[in-house]
Each structure stands twice: as C-alpha cells, then as structure tokens.
Design a protein around this ligand. Sequence first.
Ligand code: 13P
Ligand code: SF4
Length: 366
Amino acid sequence: MAVNAIDVDPYTSLSDEDCEARILAAKEKLGERLVILGHHYQRDEVFRHADFSGDSLKLSRQAADSKAEYIVFCGVHFMAEVADILSRPDQISILPDLSAGCSMADMANLAKVERAWQELSQVLDPDQQVTPVTYINSAADLKAFCGRHGGIVCTSTNARHVLEWSFSRREKVLFFPDQHLGRNTGYNMDIPLEDMVVWDFDLPMGGLTKQQILDAKMILWKGFCSVHQMFDVSHIERFKEKYPDAKIISHPEASFEVCQASDFVGSTEYIIRTVHDSEAGTRWLVGTELNLVNRLHDECKAEGKSVHFMSPTVCMCSTMFRIDPQHLLWVLENLVEGNPVNRISVPVEEAAMARSALQRMLDISP
Ligand code: 13P
Ligand code: SF4
C-alpha cells in the first residue's frame, strides 16, 4: 500500500447508497485519468460505474487501447494482470479487492504445468510436438510459460481460432486449466472425444499411459469452473418439458453434455448479444453466472423476451462478488489523493513473455 493511503476499514461499514454518490464524485474528479472496466459478472451496484463492459477478450482490448493513467478493473485477478501486461508501463492497473481471484485459474500453477511438460518429454518432444494453450483465466506466469514455449492464450470467444493456429504449427495441444472449454471447442472442430485425454495433475504422468499420450490430439488439464459445473442436462430437460419452444444458451465452461444440449454456446458477450438480437416473445434458458442472467432478464423484459437462469440453486461467482461498491470507492478516493492502492504489477520479464502469448492471441482473433 502506498504511504499515506486511506485505510479500507471505515469503508466496509458504508451502505451501497452512501458509496454511490461518492463513487460518482471521485470519477468526476479523476476524469480522463481513470477508466473503469467491468466484467459482465459484476453486481449491478458496481457494474453501473464501468466505462466499458465486456467479456475477457473485449476488456483485454480495452485495456490495451486505453490512454488512462489508472485502469481500475472490476473483475478478477487474472483480468487485472492482463490489463497490466497489455498497457503501457506508466499506466497503473488496480483490482479493488485483492482477494477476487478465480477458482478455476487456481487449478493450474507453474510448478504443475512445468512438471507436466517435463513428464511429456519422457514420451515425446513437447517443444516440437505440443502447443501449450492457456485459457486467459490463468496466472501471468502460465501465460509467460506459453510465451516461452511457442504457445498462446485463448478466451471463450477465440478458442477455435487459437486451436486452429496451434494445430497448424504442432500436432498436439496441452490445454489448461479448463477441460470443458478445451473439450467443447475441440469437439466442434471434429476432434473425436477419444482423442482428447484428461491430464490429472495430481497423478504421475497425468494418470495417462505412454500410448494414451502418443494417441491424443488434445491433452486437457483437469480444471473446471465451480460456477458452470452446477448446470446439468436435467435442468434443460425439465425446462424443455415446460416450454418446448424455449432456446437454450450456455457458456463453454459448462460441461460437454450441457453444451451439446444447448442451441447456442459462447462467451458472456456472445450470450448477451444473441439474446438481445432474438425476436420478441423468445424464451431463453441461460447457463452462465447469475448476475449476468438477472441483468439480461431485466433488460429483456421490455423487449418482450423472458430470460431464465439454468440452475435451481444460486450460482454466483463468489470471487467476482468480492468487488463491492465499498472497495471500488476506497480505491477511487485513494486515487483522488494520489495513492494508487491494490496495484497489480506483473514482474517485467514475466510480463514480456506473457505479452508475447497474449499478442499472438490478439493478432489472430476475429
Ligand atoms: P468470458 O470471457 O466469456 O466473459 O468469460 C470469463 C469467465 O470467467 C467466465 O467464467
Ligand atoms: Fe473463474 Fe468461474 Fe468465476 Fe469465471 S465464473 S471468474 S471461471 S470462478
């Protein structure tokens, strides 16, 4: 924390209403020196203050293009890291609450990925035969690993383009940390399920035989999103019984079975666009995070559409939820005083390697 920074404690007892006017006042004072980026999973009280909203790809581009001195990222840790990596060295990336991580990103770490690479080298020559692909939901050191080993980053929007690029260079892909995005995308590219094996990072050789590794086209890290794994085909079946004409739309972090039972699959931005673009009277069942679905429901009511959440239980991303108006206000009022708190700063060499893997992704993305 910067010297003389204002302490967070008094902010935690403020009501959301108290925060609202003060956030607006701080934004006004900071003017063009500040940009607030907000992911679609953010709660309304925070989301409404975002200058730009979007999915991971769109927000990465916003961060790369921004001229603002301060980039306050209302999202999770890996997003603020990407903002730091893609912005100029004199820009400052800030995450209002440092505990806003991503449980899926935490399922892969550098030690385990390096061990996997080393174990694969007992069977084949990974630097010649395997492209490492990391989902953007991962720590900066894993993006740097991909940069060092001729690999690349992907998001839910461009995973197919990234896999096509990867297979045009090397015969296999090691995909981490989300097995579902890897499997759903690979299957849509006509890769049979039996050619996609799961690497169990807790087992020697990922729990695979030498032959399984040699035969595989994609090696999928055994990671998943705890929010999207709550969705089940039985939810879709029950809904379809009640509303046979309903349309089903899901995020590709949902399971293979859920995505196969869906009419549309895509990123958060794609989901919002597709539902908005549908005809009046359309009924939707949506398999992604609750804050997004609730907002879409409210927006679409006026358009004569009904939007339903896929799971009977509450599936909020609890780490996205940690960004609250109180923390947003705290970082903004500190910025007004010239104290950047909660800065996210990726070490220079790691950032350079991670940037090369991110840049490859940006160069080939539609
Ligand atoms: P999007 O890039 O589709 O917004 O997804 C980010 C994410 O974390 C979904 O869980
Ligand atoms: Fe991570 Fe899942 Fe939350 Fe997305 S919804 S940020 S993948 S935990």
